[in-house]
Each structure stands twice: as C-alpha cells, then as structure tokens.
Design a protein around this ligand. Structure first.
Ligand code: NAD
Length: 380
C-alpha cells in the first residue's frame, strides 16, 4: 500500500514541477524564469495543477465523477442488449465495453449512437476478450444459455459452468481488481466456480465477487406492493439465501412499508411466487428464453449500486450472493453494504418469522449441494 502511494506522490511532484517550469516560462536555452509573467499566471497555474491531479485520479473533466469502465460479457444476448442500453444511460459509466462471441459490432454501433457520455466499444471472440476487459472496474456476466420450459437453473450447469470458467480465467488475467457481477445461471454454482478460478490464479478477493440476485428483490417488491396495496416505489424487501427455487427466501416480515393486511397464507403465496418468478416468465415466453428485460433492469440496478460504492457514496446496501459467514454455508445471499473496495460489510439476517426460519433450514441442503457442485467443477 505504502509503495504505490510513494510512487504516486513522486509522480505528482514531477508533474507539478513540469507544470511550474512551463507556466513560469523557463527558457529552454538559458533556464531563466520570466519573472514578470509569474504573478499573472498564478490562477491558471492552480488550474493546471488541479487538472494534473484530477487526470492522475482518472476523473472525467466534464462530469467530475471518477472515470469508470464497465464490461458486459454476453452483451449481444437477451439480457446483454437491454443491459448494455441501461449501462450506456448510466452517468457514472465513462467507458462501456460490450463483449460476446457474436453480434457485438452491431449492438455496440447501435448503443453508441445514444447521446449519453459513456464511450461504447464492441469486442467479439476470444482474440478481443483481453482488450474488452483491460482496465474494467466492473465486469457483468450474462453470458450463457437461458432456461427453456421444464428446465431448472441447474439444468444449465453443463454449458454455463464452462463459459463462466473461461471468462473468469480471462478476468483474472486482464482485470483482476474488477468487481464481478455474476448473472449467468445457476448463480448458486457459477459464483463458487468464479471464486475457485480466481483462487487458482491468486487473484481472489471475496469483496469483489457478487452473484446478482437483484431480480428476486425486484420481484418480491413488485408482488408485495400489489398484494399489500402500497406504492411499489416505496417498498423494500430483503431476499436472502440463494438464487434458485426454494433457496430464494424473501423476508416479507421485514418488508417496508409494513402492513397488517397480509395473512399467513398471503405471505406463503408471495414467497412461492417470488421463488417461481423466473419459471413464470420462462413458461410465458414458451421456449423463447427466460427473463431478459426485468433481469437487465435488475442487473443495471445492482451495477449502479456497485459504482456508487466504488465512488465512495455512503450507505449503499443491496442483497447479493457473496462469500459469507451469516450461516454455515460459504456463500449466501443477504444484504451487503457496498464500498470503495466492493463488499464493505455482509449484513446479518435480522429477526426472522417462524415461517422464514423454516424456509432458511429447508434451503440449506440444496444450496450447499449447488455450491459444492460448482467448487468440484472448477477443480476437476
Ligand atoms: N441472475 C439472474 O437473476 C438471471 C435471470 C435471468 C437469466 N439469467 C441467466 O443469464 C444468462 C443469459 O440469459 P439470456 O436470456 O441473456 O441468454 P441469451 O442466450 O439470450 O444470451 C446469452 C449470450 O451469451 C453469449 N455467450 C455465449 N457464450 C459466450 C462466451 N463464452 N462469451 C461471451 N458471451 C457468450 C451468447 O452469444 C448470447 O449472446 C443465462 O444463464 C440465464 O439463465 C440470470
């Protein structure tokens, strides 16, 4: 930590010295300052010094925000395309890198015409993956195949596990410090796979790996607001556990605004609908994929929270599937406070109702098996 700070300080001293020399008008031949101009130069000198400092920190000269590069892997897919659109619209993004095995030149050209500040570039195929990733602050991964009717998320394992393993190997090489937002299913296994790949590469930082479970929260909020008849934009519901079937555990006892209007049966029905929300969409799409638009929205919400955390905005909290000691399981979704290094704090479960306590015990077996399956695959 000390060495980079010392190097940065030295660089700043040298940069300031060069600015001073230029501003003082040292003659390149005599080395004498033009003293008369010095007083008049002082305000612009201060401006230049501040510009040097800002450039070193990677601040945008127009917005005053730190420059942030976001890469989307799987950017030409059903989730990838609307997610690319939403990230292009995010004012915290200065560079947007769209990667896929096919189709990204078109998506990038299309999105790049939108008059929002983020610079968009498309990358296609293995040869361009490194360039797509280099310098990324956040990598969002919606690459892989989605479910068809009758499939569970675990049925996707064989294809998506391999895709995630390869992409994470490249992340470890080209942007080992990036926050990784894993969308590819089964999240309960792909996050442990990513962790193992990063451990092997010596780059694992548990604060920087996130399974995106925001869609479960989005659904829980929407369904609760509808049933409790409260304004949906005011609603908050934590969702814990994992991201598949019964491992998704919405904590409606902690929902705000609180209501007495819901019976135990209502809560059971809301819980089941939240757990089966993905299947509801898969069946409605009848073979044409799974949730894409609501997922892109959820992915954009979560990435925005990560960006705000990186930029030092205080008290940014979202649920996410992360390395955890909240239960005996090594990974678990719960409320997470986001900060400058990713996870700042994994928050506990709070007070649970008896129904939620039962749900928590019931989910542990399946979640444990999915985590172990991911770890085994990565180490095979
Ligand atoms: N976390 C969640 O809540 C959530 C919700 C919905 C879907 N998903 C998952 O997201 C994934 C994507 O879903 P979709 O509907 O966008 O699927 P899709 O088939 O429409 O798009 C997937 C994209 O990934 C690309 N791809 C495949 N292999 C790749 C590789 N090696 N590198 C880069 N890109 C690659 C494909 O070319 C395609 O463009 C699926 O695994 C799905 O189950 C997660």
């Amino acid at each position: 930590m000390v060495a980079p700070v010392v190097v940065l300080c030295l660089e700043l001293v040298v940069a300031l010295h060069l600015v001073l020399r230029r501003r003082r008008g040292y003659s390149s031949t005599s080395g004498q300052p033009e003293r008369k101009r010095r007083a008049a130069m002082r305000p612009s000198l201060m401006r230049s010094a501040s510009q040097v400092l800002r450039r070193r920190r990677g601040y945008s000269s127009t917005s005053g925000q730190p420059e942030r590069k976001v890469a989307i892997l799987g950017a030409a897919g059903g989730i990838g395309q609307p997610l690319s659109l939403l990230m292009k619209l995010n004012p915290l993004v200065s560079s947007l890198s769209l990667y896929d095995i096919a189709g990204t030149p078109g998506v990038a050209a299309d999105v790049s015409h939108i008059n929002a500040p983020a610079q968009v570039k498309g990358f296609m195929g293995d040869d361009q993956l490194g360039e797509a990733l280099e310098g990324s602050d956040i990598v969002i991964i919606p690459a892989g195949v989605p479910r068809k009717p009758g499939m569970t998320r675990d049925d996707l394992f064989n294809i998506n596990a391999g895709i995630v393993k390869n992409l994470c190997t490249a992340i470890a090489k080209y942007c080992p410090n990036a926050l990784v937002n894993m969308i590819s299913n089964p999240v309960n296994s792909t996050v442990p796979i990513a962790a193992e790949v990063f451990k092997k590469a010596g780059t694992y930082d548990e604060k920087k790996l996130f399974g995106v479970t925001t869609l479960d929260v989005v659904r829980a909020k929407t369904f609760y607001a509808g049933k409790a008849n409260v304004p949906v934009t005011d609603v908050n519901v934590p969702v814990v556990g994992g991201h598949a079937g019964i491992t998704i555990l919405p904590l409606f006892s902690q929902a705000t605004p609180a209501t007495n209007a819901l019976s135990d049966e209502d809560i059971k029905a809301l819980t089941k609908r939240t757990q089966d929300g993905g299947t509801e969409v898969v069946e409605a799409k009848a073979g044409k994929g799974s949730a894409t638009l609501s997922m892109a929205y959820a992915g954009a919400v979560f990435a925005n929270a990560c960006l705000k955390g990186l930029n030092g905005v205080p008290d940014v909290v979202e649920c996410s599937f992360v390395q955890s000691t909240v239960t005996e399981l090594p990974f678990f979704a719960s409320k997470v406070k986001l900060g400058k290094n990713g996870v700042e704090e994994v928050l506990g479960l709070g007070q649970l109702s008896d129904f939620e306590k039962e749900g928590l015990e019931n989910l542990k077996g399946e979640l444990k098996a999915s985590i172990e399956k991911g770890i085994k695959f990565a180490n095979a």
